[in-house]
Write a protein that binds this ligand. Structure first.
Ligand SMILES: [Zn+2]
Length: 286
């Protein structure tokens, strides 16, 4: 994603009835196809999207164009927006700007309604040989968010529900965008997911991690710390608040013993302005 490695994970469950999870942004679509082809996969019949943010679904129009008869499982709002994505594009542009979006993620092509299937909470998607993928509705990061649980491998495909973990995997950086972030709703979702029998969590940003319960606890702790930080900020402009958050985080990461390269990776690749906006909206102080 954004021509950088280690930023966006898409997953392919290679069961007898396979499925792709996430497509990634429009500009990353060639990377997805070359990855699939490097695994000998030349046809993908179906996919499931965690939520409607453009870094997850931006390439969806390319996907249904490339693979004839391909269909996509998605929250029902997807059926409303994806055939005519202009409104979605406009809403996202207000957070990222149109120029940034076009350059980094790329424009979104319309997806015909016939290629879309809406999900229901606890719906079981057949993976073949009795294996099932459970779609679990989980708002908090976004109101249109599903996670996908594969009981066979005890893997939970998290989307953005947990937060961000760039490679190293020891702690979670919250991902709390406006307009939907809501702490209580997100914690309810995380508490429900905590009750599953888990071996792995598979994140969108980034990779598969082996310590699911520890990471869920860590995500909740860090969300509390970030909200507390923003609550106590003096009356700063959005840019000043963003800089304060970055400085505070860098210091915290150093205290945790994180190396400078990893700190720079986090600080340069997080959209901290958006995080401040998301928290302030949740706190009704925007
Ligand atoms: Zn998201």
């Amino acid at each position: 994603m954004e021509n950088k490695p280690g930023r966006m994970s898409c997953y392919y469950i290679d069961s007898t009835n396979p499925i792709l999870i996430e497509v990634g942004p429009s500009n990353s679509f060639p990377y997805l196809i070359s990855s699939l082809e490097s695994l000998g996969i030349n046809e993908v019949k179906r996919s499931a999207m965690t939520h409607l943010h453009l870094d997850h679904i931006g390439g969806i129009g390319h996907l249904v164009e490339k693979y004839k008869e391909h269909f996509v499982y998605i929250h029902e709002l997807g059926l409303k927006h994806l055939p005519n994505p202009e409104k979605l594009w406009k809403a996202v542009s207000e957070v990222y700007t149109e120029e940034w979006l076009s350059t980094n993620w790329g424009e979104i092509k319309p997806t015909p309604i016939n290629n879309l299937r809406s999900l229901k909470d606890k719906e079981l998607i057949d993976l073949g040989n009795g294996r099932k993928l459970e779609a679990i509705y989980g708002p908090g990061h976004a109101k249109h968010h599903y996670t996908f649980y594969d009981e066979y491998s005890k893997t939970l495909f998290m989307g953005d529900t947990l937060g961000l973990i760039y490679p190293h995997g020891n702690f979670v950086q919250p991902n709390l965008p406006p307009p939907d972030f809501n702490k209580e709703v997100l914690f309810n979702t995380l508490d429900e997911l905590y009750t599953l029998d888990l071996k792995y969590v598979a994140l969108a940003h980034f990779g598969i991690h082996k310590n699911p319960y520890q990471l869920i606890i860590n995500a909740k702790e860090n969300i509390e710390l970030w909200i507390d930080f923003v609550t106590k900020l003096p009356n700063l402009s959005i840019n000043e608040a963003t800089e304060s958050l970055k400085i505070w985080l860098s210091e915290n990461y150093r205290i945790l013993g994180v190396d400078e390269d990893t700190i720079n990776n986090y600080i340069n690749n997080g959209n901290f302005k958006m995080q401040i906006q998301g928290i302030k909206k949740y706190l009704h102080i925007d």
